[in-house]
Design a protein around this ligand. Structure first.
Ligand code: RIB
Ligand code: CA
Length: 312
């Protein structure tokens, strides 16, 4: 029985790559893709979700949720890695935006109609999910699980020395979700930073004859250029595809129950994910956190799930 999922995304090149996996994966039933601002503005994120779905034209089209700006303006956008439009400035064609149902309403309606059976895979800031729980607190106990791409346990942040991008964009929302009674899984930078999509792996992606291959071969080269210019790296991070792989293949990861919260006021530490690792923790465990993964197998599975070529 395919797993019913909602993908909450701020596309974002690595979000788009995760959608290339999710929309064609036999083990997933993608009920909805809901946009949230982060790597680009809220409006652009909505536009990008529709453009990606149109480009991929999956066998079953998911509902699309429209992002609205967070209460606090986005502190930063991922433009330096994802381009001004969030997808490498490749100017994907998109039909006139279809009816715009707010993301939080699409999520709430889906959970109401299928209680205790939906997994939310959160690949952007947690703005939408926090709104869902603020407006209808009961829903946090009716969602089966929330799998979150973000945070950092031991390692440095990636947008400030202390904070990971998704949490940094809306720390109040992240705190709301972390403190909710929902069942949560966190895939932090400590794990997702360990894999880079190299040029060798890029060459193993499906070719332009496939819809995923055509989209990926358009939007990934600008990301490779940005990583080389910004970090001197010959490869790119694919945080969201690793998170999606954890949702489909949890057996490739090791998880640990932990107690976490989010700093929302720090001048230097806003958006920092704080874990109670004292010998006798005072905070109650509120999530499972990925602490290890079988990197070789995760890479092979991601490429295979994209329809790519096996290693020679
Ligand atoms: O920190 C990485 C995360 O922030 C990824 O989800 C990326 O797409 C950005 O949203
Ligand atoms: Ca993202």
């Amino acid at each position: 029985m395919p797993k019913k999922v909602i993908l909450d995304v701020d596309p974002g090149i690595d979000d788009a790559m995760a959608l290339c996996i999710a929309l064609f994966h036999p083990e997933l039933e993608v009920l909805a893709i809901t946009a949230v601002g982060g790597n680009c503005s809220a409006d652009q994120a909505t536009r990008n979700v529709q453009a990606i779905v149109e480009q991929l034209d999956p066998p079953r089209w998911p509902r699309i949720g429209a992002a609205s700006p967070p209460e606090q303006a986005l502190p930063v956008e991922g433009r330096y890695l994802h381009g001004n439009d969030g997808l490498g400035d490749v100017e994907l064609q998109v039909a006139e935006l279809r009816s715009r149902h707010p993301s939080e309403k699409v999520i709430s309606d889906a959970i109401r109609s299928s209680p205790n059976s939906i997994t939310i895979i959160a690949l952007g800031p947690l703005t939408n999910i926090a709104r869902v729980f603020q407006r209808d607190p009961e829903l946090s106990s009716l969602v089966d699980r929330i799998i979150i791409s973000g945070g950092t346990v031991h390692g440095p942040g990636n947008i400030t020395p202390a904070a990971e991008f998704n949490v940094y964009c809306d720390p109040e929302a992240a705190r709301e979700v972390f403190r909710s009674p929902s069942t949560k899984t966190l895939i932090p930078l400590d794990v997702t930073n360990r894999i880079m999509l190299s040029y060798d792996l890029f060459n193993r992606l499906p070719d332009e004859a496939t819809k995923a291959g055509r989209l990926l071969r358009k939007i990934l080269p600008p990301a490779f250029r940005a990583y080389r210019q910004c970090f001197g790296l010959e490869g790119i991070h694919v945080h969201d595809s690793i998170t999606l792989t954890a949702a489909i293949h949890p057996e490739l990861f090791t998880f640990k129950e932990m107690a976490a919260d989010v700093e929302t006021m720090g001048e230097l530490t806003s958006g920092m994910t704080v874990f109670d690792r004292r010998r006798v923790p005072a905070w109650r465990h509120n999530m499972e956190v990925a602490v290890e993964m079988d990197e070789k197998q995760v890479v092979a599975t991601m490429i295979s799930d994209l329809g790519g070529k096996p290693a020679e």
